[in-house]
Design a protein around this ligand. Structure first.
Ligand code: UDX
Ligand code: ADP
Length: 463
């Protein structure tokens, strides 16, 4: 089967960039991205592609070139499903906030709604692709809904997890380490797998396209995220020990990373990992393991989250202790709010939890992030529901300029590793701050000796 029409349900951080790159690399395929969120679709269709709703280096250029040619953004979900041969599901699968599995299991209500909608509309055979990260065996549930509520047409379900990281989404998509496609081992399943392999092979070498059974593909995505997050928690555990022993975690990371069996990536000690995937996927893994009675497996992976929570709390405690055990009414400036550089995404960002702790201590928080708005910062804090929105509004200020944000502050805390922070005139910032002036570098991006030479009391992570 030759694919000429693709639909993607969900125009978010995964669906948007992935479909833009497919459209760019496969001009013969018409790609339509649909979403229920009208504002989001309008933003994707904004004549000025700098205003698309997701900031990713290189993305607006790709959208500018492909949009209107073979890339379309629409709220007409039914029409797009009806016309497509392949339907990608890229909707959100947050951690459940209610009922059984609350705080652990993935909430599959959006996935189920999609499956029901596809079943209702499809009048011809279709390939349905799971793009969102899902618990292992979700494909089975999707298949059951499609087969039982559909119009008697045949559906093939494929799992094709996305491994892109935010901030580098475009380069990850253009030059992936691998593409993973899981499907049924029946002849129809293999046909569907081959059709999707054909799409990716427009720009990815065939030997980088792995095909597996559905369950292996679903579980590989959770496993990859669990392994990556585990490396960060492992080095963060060492950072605490480094602080006690006089070792320097950056030196330790470098020394172990040169061992080719370990490798140097994902060994950067930080205030803690954030993002929409790591915590959610590990909680999900823990939940699945528990549901099969595998308590040792569950406890093993849960420790990665426990360590990450500890690291965030340790950072806020360190700020309070260093500032003479009180931050009440003190101005503490956060440089960075996004969960990592080069993205406007703030989901599960360490900044939110550190701010929450410090506000509990009655600190006044000022924030500068090059890509995050004040309303987003406030809605992130409101989501924690620790205090009223009015209180958050009174205690948190946001600035468009880092120097203004730091003016008169007692301490600056670096929460995101934005490159521009390294280029600042730190002497000027020092001169404008209360003395002694403290810097808590939650990303280890500044040079301790240089900061101390200016006069700062500087504390990084793990040294
Ligand atoms: C992750 C996976 O990398 C990606 O393959 C998957 O598809 C989705 O989840 P993402 O969450 O976008 O991607 O970003 P990632 O670069 O993995 O960073 C996650 C968090 O870990 C960030 O908060 C980052 O700052 C932190 N991190 C990363 C560290 O603290 N230290 C490191 O060495 C690397
Ligand atoms: P991700 O990071 O996984 O891409 P996002 O939250 O950024 O997650 O994007 C998911 C998108 O899916 C949201 O824009 C949401 O509006 C959309 N969505 C959820 N359910 C449906 C649905 N049934 N039909 C269309 N769009 C949906």
């Amino acid at each position: 089967m030759k694919i000429t029409k693709i639909c993607c349900i969900g125009a978010g951080y995964v669906g948007g960039p992935t479909m833009a790159v497919i459209a760019q690399k496969c001009p013969h395929i018409q790609v339509t991205v649909v979403d229920l969120n009208v504002d989001r679709i309008n933003a994707w269709n904004d004549p000025n592609t700098d205003n698309i709703p997701i900031y990713e280096p290189g993305l607006s250029e790709i959208v500018a070139a492909a949009r209107g040619r073979n890339l379309f953004f629409s709220t007409n979900v039914e029409k797009a499903i009806d016309e497509a041969q392949v339907i990608f599901i890229s909707v959100n699968t947050p951690t459940k906030t209610y009922g059984k599995g609350k705080g652990m299991a993935a909430d599959l209500k959006y996935i189920e709604l999609c499956a029901r909608q596809i079943a209702k509309i499809a009048k011809e055979n279709k390939i349905v692709v799971e793009k969102s990260t899902l618990p292992v065996r979700t494909a089975e549930a999707i298949k059951s809904i499609l087969d039982n509520t559909g119009n008697g047409v045949q559906f093939q379900i494929l799992s094709n997890p996305e491994f892109l990281a935010e901030g580098t989404a475009v380069t990850d998509l253009l030059d992936p380490d691998r593409i993973l496609i899981g499907g049924d081992t029946t002849p129809e399943g293999e046909k569907a797998i081959n059709a999707l392999v054909e799409v990716y092979s427009s720009w990815v070498e065939k030997d980088k396209i792995l095909t597996t059974n559905v369950w292996s593909s679903e579980l590989s995505k959770l496993t990859a995220n669990a392994f990556l997050a585990q490396r960060i928690s492992s080095i963060n555990a060492m950072s605490e020990l480094c602080e006690k022993t006089g070792a320097d975690v950056n030196e330790v990371a470098r020394a172990i990373g040169m061992d080719s069996r370990i490798g140097s990536k994902f060994l950067k000690s930080s205030v803690g990992f954030g993002g929409s995937c790591f915590q959610k996927d590990i909680l999900n893994l823990v939940y699945i393991a528990k549901s099969y009675g595998l308590s040792e497996v569950a406890d093993y992976w849960e420790q990665v989250i426990i360590m990450n929570d500890h690291q965030k709390r340790r950072f806020s405690n360190k700020i309070v202790q260093t500032l003479y055990n009180t931050v009440a009414d003190k101005k503490i400036t956060f440089l960075g709010w996004a969960f990592k550089k080069d993205t406007n995404d703030t989901r599960e960002s360490a900044a939110i939890y550190v701010a929450d702790d410090l506000i509990n201590e009655q600190a006044k928080i000022s924030v500068y992030d090059p890509k995050v708005s004040r309303s987003k910062i406030l809605s992130d804090l409101d989501y924690l529901a620790t205090r009223s929105s009015t209180e958050n509004e009174n205690l948190v200020q946001a600035f468009d300029d880092a120097y203004a944000a730091c003016n008169n502050a007692h301490a600056v805390a670096i929460l995101t590793e934005w490159d521009e922070f390294k280029t600042y005139d730190w002497k000027k910032i020092y001169d404008s701050m209360q003395k002694p002036a403290f810097v808590f570098d939650g990303r280890n991006i500044l040079n301790k000796k240089e900061m101390e030479a200016i006069g700062f009391v500087y504390q990084g992570i793990g040294s």
